[in-house]
Design a protein around this ligand. Structure first.
Ligand code: HEC
Length: 104
């Protein structure tokens, strides 16, 4: 199922990368310094990954979260803003969103 979603995202984007060329979520998370503000289970600067996964459990929010990962967000968890990450491709943001949502 996950692979199918990823494939759909790739097809949708119109880029000719195959799913196997995408970096896995954890690697993207670490290489983009997301872990400087997000811990697996503890709230630090930003919400814990487990909190995010819990809030959106069972909801189809990959595209929504991917959008906020790229353009930033504020006021959903607190006053601290989430920075924009426009250097990420939409596919990378989507991979990150899926990976985070799988972290319970
Ligand atoms: C400078 C600190 C910081 C960095 C770096 C950061 N975040 Fe965040 N993130 C936050 C804060 C603060 C929030 C809560 C924003 C809010 O209340 O709307 C947040 C929220 C989120 C959310 C939840 C959004 C929602 O709609 O509920 C996701 C998903 C997320 N971050 C993913 C990432 C990813 C992926 C990266 C790396 C590309 C990243 N963050 C890097 C601080 C950060």
């Amino acid at each position: 199922m996950k692979k199918l979603i990823m494939l759909i995202c790739v097809l949708f984007s119109g880029f000719s990368v195959s799913a196997t060329q995408l970096k896995p979520g954890q690697q993207l998370f670490e290489s983009n310094a997301c872990n400087s503000c997000h811990d697996a289970t503890a709230r630090t600067v930003g919400p814990a990954l487990s909190e995010i996964a819990g809030r959106y459990k069972g909801k189809k929010v990959v595209a929504e979260l991917a959008g906020r990962i790229r353009s930033g967000s504020q006021g959903r968890w607190g006053d601290m803003p989430h920075p924009a990450n426009e250097a990420l491709t939409p596919q990378e943001a989507s991979t990150l969103a899926q990976w985070i949502l799988s972290r319970k």
